[in-house]
Design a protein. Structure first.
Length: 529
């Protein structure tokens, strides 16, 4: 029996401060969002997106029908593609870079979050249709970020000297990885079946087609629609916004203003460039800059006068590729989209974009933080109990967890909480007395209070150090176990591949059942006899 333990994402160390505060619904974020990720928020968002152009729907369905040619798809996916022609059909979107073998686990989790959300919306709003969309970021060129994956302690890497958009990469040399996988895991039926899927996927012409095939095979039964937006017809719908970027530096100006608002309280913001577009043609994808009265393509000899560049845009919009800050605008221009589901890092930069969307007169979507999962097999679940741990211990910083467990397990129960509370009460009374008699003693009283509390803290630290040493075998077992779950202190979902769960006996259906997209939680799945 699989037992779920739900933990609020805000109680974990999985999120940065910006996104954690966003989930706490601080009023500070009201000007950075459209509507809140609630059913009431979706009802309002449906009205905002009601006038999505029918012409854009027509082009979208044409492109999807073309991209799914010669591929077997589920009846649910076929129906959803056709439903996109209807004015009362809307999408919920998530997206990711292309990866090998489906990538890290959270790629599956974010897609399941989108699928489950559309199912919940269908139940809440009977007069509308909702379609889950997976946006393949085929135009990215960061090959080193996506050319590897991990199963347990082992890593697998694809070497290639190709350049440009990774979606267009040929799959030369990847057979070596498939042979290695087959050899290592041939005794496991589920993994063997998955490797056979990989062989079919990587027999296709490029990584984009391979990724579409694989994700469709894994999740298409739920009606998922997979989109490669690197298409001339879709880019034509975005010409107006690209033109605005070159003429007005729209992203730079508006995101810079938002960042000035955010920098008072938050670090690690994505800084906009003066021009947030790449030039993509003939195996290159390089940034466009303005220099000496010309637009230039970095690391190439390509140069345009202003009128030449705009003419190039008019004739070949597919040559222009948005960067990380402009891609969300492109998404919302071509999709009848209500919400974007992403991880903490993604939602952080989306929170920088509302002013930019407003300037371009594009409806800003609801921002949803995807569900996280931590999955333990039967042996790991038993070990959690033996080590005296609970679900929270698995998702907090390792050093803190070990210290807390040592305190809980210790026979001496060396805890100065009562003494600290007593001291605070005594010094509070002393402060009141000083205020009534001679206020000049306040500094001395405060100094003595700090000294006393610091002394207790020093004693606690010395005791804890001694307990850690005395229980070093237990500490080592804790460290080894936590490392087995979160390699190099990286959360399981960001490190392990889907095949690691297949080896543990888990299925996509079990993962899907655990995901509740309207609840921003991390769910620990344990196995209980």
């Amino acid at each position: 029996m699989i037992v779920p333990h739900e933990i609020p994402l805000t109680a974990t160390n999985y999120l940065n401060k910006l996104v954690s505060d966003y989930l706490k619904e601080d009023a500070f974020f009201n000007e950075l969002i459209s509507n809140k990720p609630t059913l009431d928020g979706f009802q309002k968002q449906l009205k905002l997106k009601a006038d999505f152009p029918a012409a854009h729907r027509k082009v979208l369905v044409e492109v999807l029908s073309e991209q799914y040619q010669n591929q077997e798809i589920s009846d649910a996916t076929h129906t959803n593609i056709q439903l996109l022609n209807k004015e009362n059909t809307f999408t919920v979107t998530t997206g990711h870079q292309l990866n090998l073998a489906s990538g890290p686990l959270y790629v599956i989790y974010k897609i399941l979050s989108a699928i489950n959300l559309t199912e919940e919306l269908k139940m809440a709003f009977k007069d509308y249709y909702f379609v889950p969309v997976f946006w393949m970021a085929t135009e990215d060129h960061d090959f080193e970020e996506i050319n590897h994956f991990h199963i347990g302690d082992e890593s697998f890497r694809w070497e290639s000297n190709q350049t440009g958009a990774v979606g267009e990469f040929r799959l030369d040399g990847i057979q070596t990885i498939l042979d290695e996988l087959h050899k290592k895991f041939k005794t496991n039926a589920e993994v063997t079946a998955f490797v056979e899927l990989l062989k079919k996927a990587y027999a296709l012409p490029n990584l984009s087609k391979a990724n579409r095939f694989l994700i469709n095979e894994l999740l298409g039964t739920y009606g998922l629609v997979i989109l490669d937006a690197n298409h001339p017809k879709l880019k034509s719908l975005f010409k107006k916004q690209i033109h605005s970027e070159f003429k007005n530096q729209s992203a730079f100006k508006n995101v810079t203003q938002t960042n000035a608002y955010l920098k008072k309280d938050y670090n690690g913001l994505v800084n906009p460039r003066e021009y947030n577009l790449f030039y993509k043609k003939d195996g290159i994808r390089e940034r466009i800059i303005f220099k000496n009265q010309h637009f230039e393509v970095l690391n190439s000899s390509i140069r345009f006068k202003v009128d030449e560049l705009l003419n190039e845009l008019e004739q070949y919009p597919v040559h222009f590729s948005p960067n990380v800050l402009m891609r969300p605008l492109y998404q919302e221009v071509i999709l009848p989209n209500l919400a974007y589901i992403g991880g903490g890092g993604e939602i952080a930069y989306w929170l920088q974009l509302k002013r930019y969307f407003d300037a371009e007169h594009v409806v800003f979507p609801i921002l949803m933080v995807r569900n996280s999962l931590l999955v333990l097999d039967e042996k790991q679940s038993e070990k959690v109990a033996r080590l005296g741990m609970n679900a929270y211990d698995l998702v907090l910083p390792q050093d803190n967890v070990i210290k807390n467990l040592i305190k809980k397990q210790s026979l001496s129960k060396f805890d100065f909480s009562e003494q600290k509370q007593f001291l605070e009460q005594q010094f509070k009374k002393l402060a009141e007395l000083v205020a009534q008699t001679d206020y000049s003693f306040k500094g001395a009283v405060d100094a003595q209070r700090a000294k006393q509390l610091k002394g207790l803290e020093k004693l606690e630290k010395r005791w804890l150090k001694a307990e850690l040493k005395r229980n070093q075998d237990y500490v080592k077992r804790l460290q080894d176990f936590l490392e087995s779950i979160n390699k190099n202190k990286v959360p399981q979902e960001r490190y392990q591949n889907f095949m690691s769960l297949l080896l543990s006996g888990f299925s996509i259906a079990q993962l899907k059942e655990a995901i509740k997209p309207l609840k921003p939680v991390l769910t620990v799945l344990t196995v209980k006899n």
